[in-house]
Every structure is written in C-alpha cells, then in structure tokens.
Ligand binder design. Structure first.
Ligand code: SF4
Length: 239
C-alpha cells in the first residue's frame, strides 16, 4: 500500500530542487556549541520532541552555562530536569537524555559509533527509552551524517497532498518509500530535504489553508490539481 503516485528519483530531485529554489539552502541543524556541535544535535533531538525550537534553544543555553555539553557532564548534573525546564515535560525529557547519554558513553561515543551501519545504529537508538523513529532519524541524519529521510508530521502533510503518501500514516513505510528513490549516499540531500519541508510547511503548505496559488510545488501537486477541478472528491475533502 502506498501513495496514489509513486515517486521517482527524478521526481524527488525535482521536488527537492523546487523547494530549494523557493526557500534557499537551509543548512540545518542549528547548533550553539562550537566545541561539540554533533553532541548538541543529540540533545536537541530529544529536547525538541513536542516542543517549540525557541524553548529548546533556551534549555540548551542553560545546559551550556552549567558546564560542558558532553554526555558525561550531563550525567553528572544532579539538577538536569531543572536545567531543561523550558523544554516541555522536563522530568520525562531528563530521563530520556540520561538514557541517551548513558548509551553514548557505553558505546564509546562518536568514534566507535561511526563504524556502525545505519541499520544497526537505528535499531540501537530505537531500543532506548523515549527514542522513536523520528528522533532516531534526526540523530542519524544530522549527528552521524547518514542518508535518512525524516518522515515527520510536516512530511506526511505535504507528501499526502502532493500525492506520494496515503492511507494510515506509517513512519517506516514513508521513510522507505522516499529512500528507495533518493540518493543512497547523499546525506546533504536529505539534510536539505527535511529542512526545506519544514520551511514549506510553515511558510506555505499550512495545515488548514495551504497557499497553493503561490506554491512552487503546485505543478506536480495532486492537491493543487484537484483544487483546479473543484468537483473531484479529493478537492471536496480539502485535507
Ligand atoms: S500546491 Fe498547495 S497543497 Fe501542494 S504542496 Fe503546495 S501549498 Fe501544499
């Protein structure tokens, strides 16, 4: 089961390039800590779960003020939950961060983990408390530079409208569907693709009222086509 249209390699490249032309290079993931930016991505990936990024930045700044942003230092904080209070459910996230830091130290840090295959890394991350598919793929993509598609809620919204996903939302199905036609070794492509999808969801393909008239993706978008033929069931559904 999949979308109404099957994405092709050329179609996915065009989708990426059209967004790139519209929004410019995004250069994610935003970090503050020049000494240890990759580890900060692990921290940010947990803190951003169901939380606005501005609050994540405040929590990361508090952690940096309290000491070095390293796994060992975070494990030694007696007041980790208080330090990240601004990042949503802070006690839950403190437990998740501690699990991630313990994992990171036990596995030997980036130096050892670099040698792991992407599938093994993903499976190990998914075994941790509070790490789901999306968080694992954000870590794989941005901290480890692995070519992974992050199938977050923005991606589902846009790709369902575009015509590349339908039926009940299934993270792994969409991730594999996109990765099947995406460049196998090009993490920068997926890095930009995810960031551009977020920019597009926030800037034009809004949840309630997508601005299709001004959208760079409109020529290839099933929702825009249906809107142009207002008697079709899809246009009436409005999504
Ligand atoms: S044409 Fe409309 S529905 Fe399709 S991607 Fe653009 S804004 Fe979203």
């Amino acid at each position: 089961m999949g979308g109404r249209d099957t994405p092709s390699a050329a179609g996915l490249r065009r989708f990426h390039d059209d967004l790139l032309a519209a929004y410019g290079c995004q250069r994610w993931w935003p970090t503050q800590d020049e000494a240890n930016p990759r580890f900060e991505i692990l921290v940010g990936a947990v803190l951003t779960q169901h939380t606005a990024w501005t609050n994540v930045e405040i929590a990361i700044a508090a952690l940096r003020e309290a000491g070095p942003l390293t796994a060992r230092a975070l494990l030694e904080h007696a007041d980790l939950a208080e330090l990240i209070r601004r990042a949503g459910p802070h006690r839950v996230k403190a437990r998740r961060l501690q699990a991630l830091c313990t994992w990171f130290v036990d596995r030997g840090g980036f130096q050892a983990l670099e040698a792991w295959s992407t599938e093994t890394l993903r499976a190990d991350l998914l075994s941790l408390h509070g790490i789901g598919f999306e968080t694992a793929d954000v870590i794989l993509l941005y901290a480890f530079g692995r070519p992974c598609f992050v199938a977050d809620a923005y991606a589902f919204r846009i790709l369902e409208r575009y015509g590349w996903s339908d039926g009940p939302r299934n993270y792994e199905r969409l991730r594999r569907r996109i990765e099947a036609v995406g460049p196998a070794e090009d993490a920068i492509f997926y890095d930009e693709l995810h960031a551009l999808i977020v920019a597009h969801a926030r800037g034009r393909c809004h949840k309630r009222a997508p601005d299709c008239a001004a959208c760079a993706l409109a020529p290839g978008c099933a929702h825009a086509r249906a809107q142009a033929q207002p008697n079709t069931p899809r246009a009436e559904a409005g999504r």
